[in-house]
Design a binder for this molecule. Structure first.
Ligand SMILES: Nc1nc2c(ncn2[C@@H]2O[C@H](COP(=O)(O)OP(=O)(O)OP(=O)(O)O)[C@@H](O)[C@H]2O)c(=O)[nH]1
Ligand SMILES: [Mg+2]
Length: 336
């Protein structure tokens, strides 16, 4: 499938997603109630905008896990509009808040677009123990297949037998080949072999799983760096995407994990998983504001279809219910 039909497919998928915003609202319901009840609730009723109200708004942003830096950037923008008398009352402030939240997320809205290339596009998936890496790989494999790509998986988490089996189960479910060796083998060599095999079989996308890493353990980071080094011997540009999966339910911890991995691995994309069932989804704003790394997807459940392409306006609307309905998005040039 050529790049244009692939892009069209992605656009169609996004268009389908825009029709299911009610279900995104539902999946994000805990963060949504945090935003709607606490953050926006007290702005209802056309109250006058005074310093106390603004201070309370800043507190609520921080309580909602938006983070101190992102909260003060939002407040600064709102203050300017208040001092220019552009807002009449708290309800006008509410609408501006929606705009500011969206403005914060826009710079990291870059969907993962796989270009047509003669060698496999390699996605290396990293992140701490239990963040949702293997599950995300299973979901992503299916999405890429729906987009017309052939996919292979590499069982680079060689620490636990169960980890290899878990990936093989996802492979069987999606009818995707999985390259694996026995538990305890060298992760870099498994992924290296997988890339050789994917190249020989003309596979479009190779997704490599890795063990749950403790970001505080330098030895484990070194192993991930070795995977990168070894891959670049076969293809100087591989991995084409180094994707971290962050558990959105861990709040501010997700931010420090991302920083550590970024320093070691030069991340090119993020997935924020488990945004269903947490009230800490405000962390997405802190992550966007602090790291500036593209957020490719959000994970909103354990099922294969619970991976959504990240879109700033849909996300903010799902939390605040104040946005315009999503129209068909104009496609950007692939930036990978
Ligand atoms: N509710 C929910 N659960 C998720 C999501 N993503 C993953 N999970 C669950 O989180 C648990 C851990 O997911 P894994 O994919 O095994 O995580 P991992 O990062 O591969 O873990 P390790 O291999 O131990 O490092 C599993 O029970 C998943 O079903 C999500 O978006 N929402
Ligand atoms: Mg795993």
């Amino acid at each position: 499938m050529g790049i244009f039909s692939f892009l069209k497919r992605q656009r169609d998928t996004r268009h389908e997603q825009s029709n299911t915003d009610a279900s995104l609202d539902k999946k994000l319901k805990r963060t949504r109630s945090m935003f709607k009840e606490n953050l926006l609730g007290f702005l209802r009723g056309k109250k006058p905008i005074d310093p106390e109200l603004l201070e309370e708004l800043e507190n609520q942003l921080i309580i909602a896990d938006v983070g101190v830096d992102a909260a003060s950037s939002i407040m600064e923008a709102l203050q300017q509009k208040v001092s220019r008398a552009e807002m009449a009352d708290s309800e006008a402030l509410q609408a501006e808040l929606h705009n500011e939240l969206e403005r914060l997320l826009k710079p990291v809205e870059h969907p993962l677009l796989i270009p047509d290339q003669s060698t496999p596009f390699v996605i290396l998936v990293v992140g701490v123990n239990g963040s949702g890496k293997t599950t995300t790989i299973g979901k992503l494999a299916k999405q890429l297949q729906l987009g017309g790509k052939s996919v292979m998986l590499a069982a680079g988490d060689t620490f636990r037998a169960a980890a290899i089996e878990q990936l093989q189960t996802w492979g069987e479910r999606n009818d995707v080949p999985v390259v694996a060796q026995k538990t305890g083998s060298d992760s870099a060599s498994v992924i290296f072999d997988a890339l050789q095999s994917a190249t020989a079989k003309n596979i479009d996308v190779l997704i490599a799983d890795t063990a749950g890493r403790l970001h505080t353990q330098a030895g484990l980071m070194d192993e991930l760096k070795k995977v990168k080094r070894v891959l670049s011997k076969l293809d100087a540009d591989a991995p084409h995407e180094t994707l971290i999966v962050l558990d959105g339910g861990t709040g501010q911890n997700a931010l420090s994990q991302a920083r550590e991995f970024h320093a070691a691995m030069n991340l090119t994309g993020l997935v924020i998983s488990k945004l269903d069932g947490t009230a800490k989804g405000g962390i997405v704003f802190a992550i966007a504001d602090t790291l500036g790394i593209p957020i490719r997807f959000i994970g909103v459940g354990e099922q294969v279809d619970d991976l959504e392409v990240f879109e700033a306006s849909r996300f903010v609307s799902a939390l605040t219910d104040m946005g315009e309905s999503v129209s068909e998005t104009t496609l950007a040039e692939p930036e990978v």
